[in-house]
Design a protein around this ligand. Structure first.
Ligand SMILES: NC(=O)c1ccc[n+]([C@@H]2O[C@H](COP(=O)([O-])OP(=O)(O)OC[C@H]3O[C@@H](n4cnc5c(N)ncnc54)[C@H](OP(=O)(O)O)[C@@H]3O)[C@@H](O)[C@H]2O)c1
Length: 264
């Protein structure tokens, strides 16, 4: 799909990958809708993008009752939604024993229920429009799970199944679906991750600190849209490739390694 003149809605656009994607999509001539909870950050980003090509739409992915109004706001302004990038997400650094049901719900609602629910409301509009593109920003944790990220991995694995089914359902309506699988991107995702009490952990994961830049990630996502790729990986390192291989062909071996894995 060509990016120029398309209406692209990016959730989680107040920082990291989403913020960089908003800037890059605007540079390539898209009309950009930016969503997240932090209105001040969205306003700052909108001020950097030309005002007529940017719509600020504050949205909490755990508040499903607000989704339809948000969709109506975009349709009133621009009459269409061409590309939906389900990017908002929160990570976790807590064992299952430490994480109560509240953490499990928060991570699942933000990373899976929110994106799935929002997509289910946007898809009928794309079907009427006879074209569209839905992307889901998953994680390498959506391919194999590591300790301290049980709900995070579960939420991203759920996105895999959801997007695979959706892709098959909507192909005939000229709607494409892509899964984005980041390994390590240098953003605040680990700083923002939740501990067992639901507090922001505020510790930078050294793997993320060494990751690719959000700008590089944004360019890869736009390339994925242009080439209509089913799935793309980014920010991978040798150990993630090895773990991915083991998860496919030697899952028992990986399970043993994970018992002693040093995860930050
Ligand atoms: N960075 C990596 O290495 C990496 C690796 C694998 C996967 N990912 C995935 O990439 C995506 C983007 O993350 P990032 O790395 O750019 O991290 P980030 O800088 O922490 O950005 C996360 C974004 O999600 C938004 N968000 C969080 N909770 C939300 C909620 N309840 N409702 C609405 N928005 C919410 C945040 O905005 P507000 O706080 O303003 O709401 C922020 O804009 C996530 O889905 C993440 O799981 C990243």
């Amino acid at each position: 799909m060509i990016i120029e003149n398309k209406v692209i809605w990016i959730t989680g656009a107040s920082s990291g990958i989403g913020e960089a994607l908003a800037h890059q999509a605007a540079r390539e001539g898209a009309k950009v809708v930016i969503s997240a909870r932090n209105k001040e950050k969205l306003q700052t980003i909108a001020n950097q993008i030309s005002r007529e090509n940017c719509l600020i739409l504050p949205l909490d992915m755990t508040d499903k009752d607000s989704f339809q109004k948000a969709i109506d706001t975009i349709l009133e302004k621009w009459g269409r939604i061409d590309i939906l990038v389900n990017n908002a997400g929160v990570s976790q650094r807590a064992t299952v024993a430490e994480s109560g049901i509240k953490i499990i719900e928060k991570v699942m609602n933000t990373n899976f229920m929110g994106p799935a629910g929002l997509t289910s409301l946007v898809i009928p509009h794309m079907i009427r429009q006879k074209s569209g593109y839905c992307l889901f920003v998953s994680s390498i944790a959506g391919k194999f799970a590591t300790p301290l990220r049980s709900s995070y991995a579960a939420s991203k694995m759920a996105l895999q199944g959801f997007s695979d089914a959706l892709r098959a359902e909507v192909y005939e309506h000229n709607i494409r679906v892509s899964l984005i699988v980041p390994g390590f991107v240098k953003t605040s995702i680990s700083l923002n991750s939740l501990d067992g009490e639901g507090n922001r952990r505020n510790i930078m994961d050294p793997n993320q600190a060494r990751g690719i830049s959000p700008e590089q990630a944004a360019i890869k996502i736009l390339h994925c849209i242009k080439k209509e790729k089913r799935e793309i990986y980014m920010g991978m390192v040798a150990k993630t490739y090895i773990a991915l291989f083991l998860s496919k062909y030697f899952p028992g071996r990986l399970a043993k390694i994970m018992r002693k894995a040093e995860v930050k």
